[in-house]
Write a protein that binds this ligand. Structure first.
Ligand SMILES: NC(=O)C1=CN([C@@H]2O[C@H](COP(=O)(O)OP(=O)(O)OC[C@H]3O[C@@H](n4cnc5c(N)ncnc54)[C@H](OP(=O)(O)O)[C@@H]3O)[C@@H](O)[C@H]2O)C=CC1
Ligand SMILES: O=C(CO)[C@H](O)[C@H](O)COP(=O)(O)O
Length: 477
């Protein structure tokens, strides 16, 4: 190791796990010399030994001191460790070894409030801090992720060229961008993951309709997803759903889908998105429903008891009541709505925090590299470019698509409800659509109730001003 350390690295990375190891190889492959350090030192040795030709651009180190010394000044150090305490611990361990113009970059899935806190804690004497969201999983990290950066402009000026070089490219354009101050990048990554949850959940719901309502087997379902991936729904998530449904278990020969236990894991970013939407007061009901569906999936014991108590919904009841075309159109409508909610959330955060979030740029850097990459993001980027403040579902292209598809969404949700097939995210998307296209909603009743029990006051449709009260005076009902 010590011989390699004598050569100065352009950047450093801590945390050679799934993401960090692949990101380091990606950086090395793009011609940047990178110093690496891992808490478990033996992993660094193995990592270096297995790096093949790329080993020449890697500088493996055994101690943090050795690691820091191996990086050219002003140093840039990427942390790719679990969010939370590990990040704070690494920052504290690095601080005494770094200069004030050095830069620490948290590239994990941090809660953006923590990124804001870490950014605010930077003083004139401590290293600068930057939070970047990286999406694309293992393969993306290795061959080109989507990178959502937040932090001081000086930080982007220092490392932007490296991040752009290692990012995915959409028709030659890097899927990496500086999106704003402090936690802006991590907020966008969080919302990316919230959309990911909703997109995945809606795909799982139409899978359920095909499996339970239509009685299709996994290979038939795989073919349907494969066909959809040639059309408007073309996306990484549909592509992998096609592959997941089409894969057999090597042990039993059965479809993998029939072997996988139906309890979904989650690491927290979907939940953070839902919490954020509630805190900012912006609707993200399809995302919230997707998080709730994961929570319900985890309660297998309760679901078993529920089935014993109430019986399962009858299977294969849909016959030709719903077609693959209907399901595809329902997914299109649901997808437009969940993205409208996600971009609406980012817009609201930008308004409340005074950040200037470039919404078209966000859609642009999601077109390749990330888990939610899809053909539709190209149209979204254009629609948001026309007017970033407008609800995405009102952009002419998407309004037209919704006019064509909301009937199918309604049909799938209605058939699901009538036949006991749970479609919570599609259903939430439909309700959002119906509320957001209704000028005269039912919240007048809520205002009447609030005023009745708490004298909260309301506005009138026929007069200006606030704070009107009804003539209820505790005795009228
Ligand atoms: N996996 C994915 O698809 C994606 C993950 N992310 C995010 O990237 C980050 C890393 O995830 P991933 O690579 O999957 O995780 P892994 O579990 O594969 O790797 C974690 C790495 O962090 C190190 N580490 C763990 N705890 C500490 C600690 N307390 N102090 C110092 N180092 C520590 C581990 O070192 P050691 O070898 O010693 O255990 C290991 O190198 C997370 O924030 C995750 O949410 C982001 C996008 C996608
Ligand atoms: O950030 C990611 C992709 O963009 C990670 O894969 C993330 O861990 C997925 O979230 P969860 O584990 O909650 O499903």
């Amino acid at each position: 190791m010590s011989e390699a350390v004598t050569k100065t690295a352009e950047i450093g990375l801590i945390g050679l796990g799934t993401m960090g190891g692949n990101l380091a190889l990606n950086i090395a492959e793009n011609g940047f010399r990178i110093a690496v350090w891992n808490r478990t030192v033996e992993k660094t040795e193995t990592f270096h030994a297995k790096a093949g030709d790329l080993a020449a651009n890697l500088v493996p180190t055994k101690t943090l001191e050795e690691f820091v010394q191996a990086i050219a000044k002003p140093r840039a150090i990427i942390l790719m460790v679990p969010a939370g305490e590990a990040v704070d611990a690494q920052i504290e361990a690095l601080k005494p070894l770094l200069d004030a113009d050095d830069l620490i970059i948290d590239a994990g899935n941090a809660n953006y409030h923590e990124t804001n806190r870490r950014d605010a804690a930077v003083t004139a004497d401590s290293p600068r801090f930057m939070g970047i969201g990286v999406s694309g999983g293992e393969e993306g990290a290795r061959f080109g992720p989507s990178i959502m950066a937040g932090g001081p402009k000086s930080a982007w000026e220092q490392v932007g060229h490296i991040l752009e070089a290692i990012s995915a490219k959409h028709e030659g354009t890097p899927c990496a961008a500086h999106l704003g101050e402090a936690g802006a990048g991590h907020l966008v990554k969080t919302v990316h993951n919230g959309i990911e949850y909703a997109d995945m959940q809606m795909i799982a719901e139409v899978y359920g309709v095909m499996r339970d309502g239509l009685g299709l087997d996994a290979s038939e379902i795989s073919k349907v997803f494969g066909a959809w991936n040639e059309g408007i729904l073309q996306s990484y998530l549909i592509e992998i759903s096609h592959k997941v449904a089409g894969t057999a278990d090597p042990d039993t020969g059965k479809p993998m889908l029939d072997i996988i236990l139906d309890t979904a894991g989650q690491k927290g970013t979907g939940r953070w998105t839902a919490i954020e939407a509630l805190m900012l007061g912006t609707p993200a009901s399809a995302i919230e429903a997707a998080v709730a569906a994961r929570n319900m999936s985890a309660r297998l014991g309760e679901r078993k008891a529920g089935q014993a108590a109430f019986g399962a919904a009858p299977g294969k009841v849909l016959g030709d009541a719903v077609s693959a075309k209907d399901l595809e159109a329902a997914l299109v409508a649901g997808k437009i709505i969940c993205y409208a909610q996600g971009f609406g959330l980012i817009l609201e955060a930008a308004r409340q925090y005074g950040w200037s979030m470039p919404l078209p740029e966000i859609a642009r850097i999601w077109r390749q590299g990330c888990i939610i990459r899809s053909a539709m993001l190209n149209d979204m980027s254009e629609a948001l470019g026309e007017d970033p403040e407008r609800n995405l579902m009102l952009a002419p292209f998407f309004a037209e698509k919704l006019k064509e598809t909301h009937g199918a969404l309604r049909k799938v949700v209605a058939l699901g409800a009538l036949n006991g097939l749970a479609v919570p995210a599609l259903s939430a998307a439909l309700s959002y659509f119906d509320i957001m296209r209704t000028e005269r909603s039912t919240a007048n009743m809520l205002q009447g109730q609030r005023d009745f029990f708490g004298a909260h006051g309301f506005e009138r449709t026929d007069k200006d001003g606030k704070g009107y009260h009804g003539p209820w005076a505790m005795n009228t009902v």
